[in-house]
Design a protein. Structure first.
Length: 449
């Protein structure tokens, strides 16, 4: 299965390239993606915060969709099932960790959903796309009682917080603090509350206090208040730090009771400074946690379905990914962006607004154009950071424009005039990265070379 990509090599004109995505093998599942969540990890990856990346990269590891095809040896899933894919799509399956259900800690290196090297040597590409082929062992069943858009962030934010809450014993009689009320933090509050722990939110300000209490917190404190750390000293059995910015771990360790644990699930780009006496003085523990294995992720999805838990989301069309990235960095989302992948095929197509998912205003068809060709002739512009879009039915005509902008026109060709929702059969994907990312990549390559 070939996929055409457009990546920037000479601004402002993207240069075409082609990658191979495997056909459906005996153990594979082809998923038609409906929704893909935007995780802060996507932004870290695109910005190179965690080191050089194998650009062009298609991010997205919070994927919900429908099974479109299964391999001959697949028995767990069938065509039409609602399924999900999280942060990993392969592992060795043989090491002690994999055998113990901790595939995310595969001793031979788990394969991430994007920007990783799969077992066949190809670079994995993620969920900001229309289809994905995944080994059936890494495909999760998404319960029908969960809203599919709200379920997408559970595949990362949900399992990232569920795993340490379960491992470190959050439950009745336990006092749990959640640091940060963002994409991860709001899920941690919901899950800890459902586990019947006493939940406290620790945030920089009280700006989100009303939300925190609505989500299930019993108390809410501002860490910018100099009295907070003294007032709460020695109080908590478990603290989950969800923020990806640097914090002072020593201050938060002082909030733990004897044998308490501070768990870091946020991944800051800079190292944290730890004074070992913060641990020794109260027999405290400082731990890290990264998502969960496949079995635990399925347990989390079933738990969320049983307790009516989904992510609080704002659903966006593909052309707003750049704005979404900027708003994530500005903490201007409550609490997770989710891409409606129907808009990847067709710039004017969006699903109708849904209650509780951050309603969407459909982009109207241009009435001046015939219905059969309005999609094919529509022109879309992309600005600032990376933006991914797909056209699985038509060649792309790339129009040079002023710096910081690349216009892409869908040129009509025979057999391309499909009605919305523009779902094609050939699964060809086209990705556009704007000139600034190309310039950044070349600068880094120059520095490294």
């Amino acid at each position: 299965m070939k996929e055409d990509l457009l990546c920037v090599s000479t601004p402002p004109r993207p240069a075409p390239t082609t990658i191979e995505r495997r056909d459906v093998g005996p153990d594979d599942v082809l998923i038609e993606i409906q929704y893909a969540g935007i995780c802060h990890s996507d932004i870290h990856t695109v910005n190179g915060d965690w080191g050089p990346q194998p650009f062009p990269v298609v991010p997205g590891h919070e994927i919900v969709g429908i099974v479109a095809e299964v391999g001959t040896d697949v028995t767990r899933h069938k065509v039409g099932d609602r399924v999900g894919v999280g942060c990993l799509v392969n592992s060795c399956g043989d090491c002690t960790n994999c055998q113990g259900g901790d595939e995310q800690y595969c001793a031979n290196g788990m394969v991430p959903t994007y920007a990783g090297v799969d077992r066949d040597g190809t670079t994995t590409q993620g969920g900001y796309s229309t289809h994905v082929v995944v080994d059936a062992d890494y495909v999760l069943s998404v319960p029908e009682s969960l809203d599919p858009a709200s379920a997408a962030p559970l595949l990362c934010a949900g399992i990232t917080t569920y795993a340490p809450l379960r491992r470190f014993g959050a439950g009745p009689g336990k006092k749990v603090a959640i640091v940060g009320l963002g994409g991860l933090g709001h899920m941690a509050v919901k899950i800890a509350h459902a586990l019947e722990a006493e939940v406290t939110v620790l945030s920089q300000t009280l700006k989100k206090q009303e939300d925190g209490l609505r989500l299930g917190a019993d108390a809410y404190y501002a860490t910018s208040d100099p009295t907070t750390f003294g007032q709460l000293a020695g109080r908590f059995d478990l603290i989950i730090n969800t923020v990806s910015a640097s914090i002072d771990p020593n201050a938060y360790l002082g909030l733990l009771a004897i044998d308490g644990t501070l768990v870091n699930v946020g991944a800051p780009a800079e190292p944290l400074n730890l004074n070992v006496m913060s641990l020794i003085g109260g027999r405290r523990n400082f731990a890290g946690s990264m998502i969960g294995g496949i079995a635990l992720t399925q347990e989390m999805l079933d738990f969320c379905a049983d307790h009516g838990i989904g992510s609080d989301i704002e659903v966006i069309p593909a052309h707003k990914i750049n704005q979404a990235y900027e708003r994530v960095l500005a903490s201007d989302v409550r609490y997770r962006f989710v891409i409606d992948t129907a808009t990847l095929h067709c710039p004017h197509h969006e699903r109708p607004p849904q209650t509780g998912t951050g309603g969407r205003s459909p982009i109207p068809h241009d009435p001046s154009m015939p219905a059969a060709t309005s999609r094919a002739a529509r022109t879309t512009s992309y600005h600032f950071g990376p933006l991914w879009t797909t056209s699985s039915t038509s060649p792309l005509e790339v129009l040079p424009d002023e710096p910081g902008r690349a216009d892409v026109r869908w040129a009509p060709t025979p057999n391309t005039h499909r009605p919305c929702p523009c779902r094609s059969q050939d699964h060809t994907e086209r990705i556009v990265l704007n000139w600034k990312i190309g310039k950044l990549i070349r600068a880094r390559q120059s520095q490294e070379g």
